[in-house]
Design a protein. Structure first.
Length: 256
């Protein structure tokens, strides 16, 4: 499915960590082993309030890389991590998300070819990488997509991206306990109010594992109350917003 325009997910780290308020950017002074300047990397937050760690993976630093760095938000300190196992190949334009049981999942990206592989980083004994051979309706290779964890902390939601030919507008759900993908059928022609209801339905359908096809929100609205003629309806709302679930990650670092 093609979709017009690129999209992105922005994490406001200063607001999340209380570093200056919800509407103010703050440059954080930090120590340790800093990552080199880069772009199109992934960033994922682990941990409880006041003990968060941000993991940076991959990106383009003149060339694609597959380094892993952690930023300890309490110490304001960077460290370079070398978990066991085989890390994902060098890449950028990928995405990462965190499950509620301390796993970071890395999906897709680009390194001269579009990638669709899935990798897991566990937190046990300093961390360990492994490649996941998922089943089901596996999404095609892509970069520039959005990847978030549903409120249950176990269902990964994938939206959009670019496959080298089309801007994608598909939605997939991954059960991170069985590693099985499902493609969700989401109605695109909805009003702003209907789209908000559909956003919740996407997450609910993904978690419950019931019908993959969501109801026609326009038809449901028309039965509930009269609306304007189709020519006067607002443009469709695009995308979904789902809360990202954080989890504690130790990776073998000693407590302060």
């Amino acid at each position: 499915m093609a979709c017009s325009g690129r999209h992105s997910t922005i994490l406001f780290l200063a607001a999340l960590l209380g570093l200056g308020g919800a509407s103010k950017w703050v440059e954080v002074a930090a120590n340790g082993s800093w990552p080199d300047p880069r772009y199109s990397h992934s960033a994922a937050i682990f941990g409880v309030k006041g003990r968060e760690k941000m993991l940076i993976f991959g990106g383009n630093a003149f060339d694609p890389v597959n380094e892993l760095f952690a930023f300890d938000t309490a110490r304001r300190e960077w460290s370079k991590l070398k978990p066991r196992g085989t890390p994902p190949s060098k890449r950028y334009g990928h995405q990462a998300a965190v499950t509620s049981d301390d796993r970071m999942l890395v999906l897709g990206g680009y390194n001269g070819s579009f990638l669709g592989d899935l990798h897991e980083l566990s937190s046990e004994k300093g961390g360990k990488w492994r490649r996941i051979d998922a089943t089901g309706a596996v999404p095609c290779a892509r970069d520039g997509h959005t990847l978030v964890m549903a409120p249950d902390g176990q269902t990964l939601l994938l939206f959009g991206g670019f496959d080298g030919k089309d801007q994608l507008c598909d939605v997939h759900a991954l059960d991170t306990s069985s590693y099985e993908w499902r493609q969700l059928d989401v109605a695109a022609d909805a009003t702003d109010a209907d789209a908000a209801d559909a956003d919740g339905a996407v997450a609910e359908a993904a978690i419950d594992g019931e019908s993959e096809a969501l109801p026609d929100v326009d038809a449901a609205t028309a039965q509930a109350e009269p609306g304007p003629e189709p020519a006067d309806e607002a443009a469709a709302a695009d995308g979904a917003s789902v809360a990202d679930a954080g989890a504690a990650l130790d990776l073998g670092r000693p407590a302060p």
